[in-house]
Design a protein around this ligand. Structure first.
Ligand SMILES: *Cc1c(COP(=O)(O)O)cnc(C)c1O
Length: 217
């Protein structure tokens, strides 16, 4: 599949859901992809990308940013507090805020640096042991805590369990966001982004459908 095809499918899904054209942002997830593939997508004019590791992003994006204007970079993977400063300098958005210690570190650094990326709180909608994210039952309190720290919380993010119907998880995330007055919904990947758009996604994170399978060599 190509970038153009994915964009067309997003437009159709927006239409089908009665949503405004352009209301869904496509984050092209470039983790582990060879630089030539990323560059090809940059050359087609796309500027919004997602990475799941700070280190990997730091190794390639400063160079791309020096050659392509207007890059909008999203961190979609877990963030350790000792990498928070680097992440805040590198990324325009962070989708994985999921615990009080990280929230307070980001708040302190935001004061120091004088700016903060847009933030999304990750919710572990499937309550999976191995997965990051605040539990659904703790989400309201954690959102309030982040707001108390003056963090720019734009929305919520989830990664549904691989073996479950994603729609249930997207609907749960949308419900938590709505009752907390949050507009942003980062949900939907290569296999389910149309379902996510039907349920209100504002940011879809699509990797392999744009770039091809990841090598993990
Ligand atoms: C890798 C990744 C994606 C993209 O997955 P694809 O199935 O390749 O589209 C989306 N979100 C997160 C958090 C990821 O780590």
């Amino acid at each position: 599949m190509s970038l153009e095809e994915i964009k067309t499918r997003i437009t159709k899904a927006e239409q089908a859901a009665g949503r405004a054209p352009g209301s869904v942002q496509l984050i092209a997830v470039s983790k582990v992809q060879p630089n030539e593939r990323v560059e090809a997508v940059l050359e087609q004019g796309h500027r919004c990308f997602g990475e799941n590791r700070v280190q990997e992003a730091a190794g390639k994006w400063p160079d791309f940013a020096s050659r392509f204007d207007g890059i909008d970079l999203h961190l979609i993977g877990p963030l350790q507090t000792n990498k928070a400063r680097q992440a805040m300098e590198l990324f325009d958005s962070i989708h994985s805020v999921d615990r009080p210690k990280l929230a307070s570190t980001l708040a302190r650094l935001a004061q120091e640096i004088g700016h903060c990326p847009d933030l999304f709180i990750q919710v572990n909608t499937g309550e999976e042991e191995q997965k990051a994210g605040v539990l659904p039952a703790d989400a309201d309190a954690f959102i309030a805590e982040c707001r108390g720290l003056d963090l720019p919380i734009k929305g919520l993010m989830c990664i549904p369990p691989v073996d479950e119907e994603p729609a249930l998880h997207f609907a749960l995330l949308a419900k938590i966001a709505a009752r907390n007055g949050l507009d942003g919904l980062s949900m939907g990947m290569s296999s389910d982004f149309e379902t996510a758009i039907a349920l209100g996604a504002t940011h879809v994170r699509v990797g392999s459908a744009i770039f091809g399978e990841r090598g993990y060599a």
